[in-house]
Ligand binder design. Structure first.
Ligand code: NAD
Length: 317
């Protein structure tokens, strides 16, 4: 029997992860499996993201130690997606990022420790390393975050490492590149551009458009997390790299084409403050455990654009 707690599971990646448990046969009623989703339902959380997913929902905050003491015990696996996740918002104001991404992680890990949870996965990001012009980071690269968001995620990762070393908590950390797919809140570049173009609105391209991101389909990310939940070592970090390295300008060209629009729909706007130029992860460590991404970027992007075109009700409100 596996009882899995997915914190932040009403958000973009967490809801895909919960759905992937159903699809991978890890949440079959007859096996006694049980999935609990705990989510604060911030602007980014949406219970509709979990439509059709077998789960019990708890509305709550990972900073709430008392609530966690009643929810966490009895789970065999806790996977933490709960976070403030948008860099631009962290530039406007960082307090919520420190609260959830640092204090929230510590509060959750403490609850897992007290409840004797056998396995925890802390979901993190390549942004903790800063920016890299050439080559790729492996898991031993120094943490050099450059935005308040990235700094708060690095803080959460270091707390996870400390709980593994000091307390022997079996927590592994995953770090992934930029995700895309259905149900991503339309503040992130792909859903923002697609929904703007579908509405006939212009899209804002930061700076010279030369910033490089390595894109991964959310379902490949979730497969990597499931593998780390199964095989990850305590205190260890695992990279889940993207499959398509593109400048923002190249990405924009593909989105314009997919939506049947021209460059006259693009508005060049002032660059983001402290904008990281490039991220790139080496994922050899996870591949040695058997990980392989399966979704080609061209197909994944086409399917994603179609999903937003067919689900206006999800994003128009
Ligand atoms: P998201 O913003 O779509 O979802 C975050 C979810 O967490 C929301 O449902 C929100 O309601 C919930 N939440 C926020 N604060 C909470 C709190 N205090 N207690 C409980 N729930 C809370 O984010 P996402 O894109 O799904 O990202 C999930 C995780 O993956 C984050 O930790 C993020 O850092 C990491 N990550 C994201 C990407 C990406 O490209 N989106 C890439 C790498 C890593």
């Amino acid at each position: 029997m596996t009882r899995i707690l997915v914190t932040g599971g009403a958000g973009f990646i967490g809801s895909h992860f919960a759905r992937s448990l159903d699809e991978a046969g890890l949440n079959a009623p007859e096996s006694g499996a049980h999935v609990t989703v705990l989510d604060k339902l911030t602007y980014a959380g949406n219970r509709a993201n979990l439509d059709g997913v077998r789960h019990e929902f708890v509305h709550g905050d990972i900073c709430d130690a008392e609530l966690l003491r009643s929810v966490v015990p009895g789970h065999d696996l806790v996977v933490n997606f709960a976070a403030e996740s948008h860099v631009d918002r962290s530039i406007e104001g960082a307090a919520d990022f420190m609260r959830t991404n640092v204090l929230g992680v510590q509060t959750l890990l403490q609850a897992c420790l007290e409840a004797g949870v056998p396995k925890v996965v802390q979901v993190s990001t390549d942004e903790v390393y800063g920016s890299i012009d050439i080559g790729s980071w492996d898991e031993s690269a120094p943490l050099q975050p450059r935005s308040p968001y990235a700094a708060s995620k690095a803080g959460g990762d270091l707390i996870a490492r400390a709980y593994a070393i000091t307390h022997g908590l079996n927590v592994s950390i995953t770090r992934c590149g930029n995700n895309y797919g259905p149900r991503q809140y339309p503040e992130k570049v792909i859903p923002l551009f697609v929904t703007n173009l579908l509405r006939g609105r212009k899209v804002p391209l930061y700076g010279d458009g030369g910033n490089i991101r390595d894109w991964i389909h959310v379902e490949d990310h979730c497969a990597g997390i499931r593998l780390v939940a199964e095989k990850g070592e305590p205190g260890e970090v695992y990279h889940i790299a993207g499959t398509a390295e593109l400048t923002n300008k190249e990405l924009t060209a593909r989105l314009l084409e997919a939506c049947g629009r021209d460059w006259d729909m693009v508005e060049h706007v002032e660059d983001r403050k402290g904008h990281d130029r490039r991220y790139s992860l080496d994922d050899a460590k996870l591949r040695a455990l058997g990980y392989r991404p399966e979704i080609a970027f061209e197909q994944g992007l086409k399917d994603t654009v179609r999903w937003y075109a067919e689900h206006r009700d999800w994003w128009a409100s």
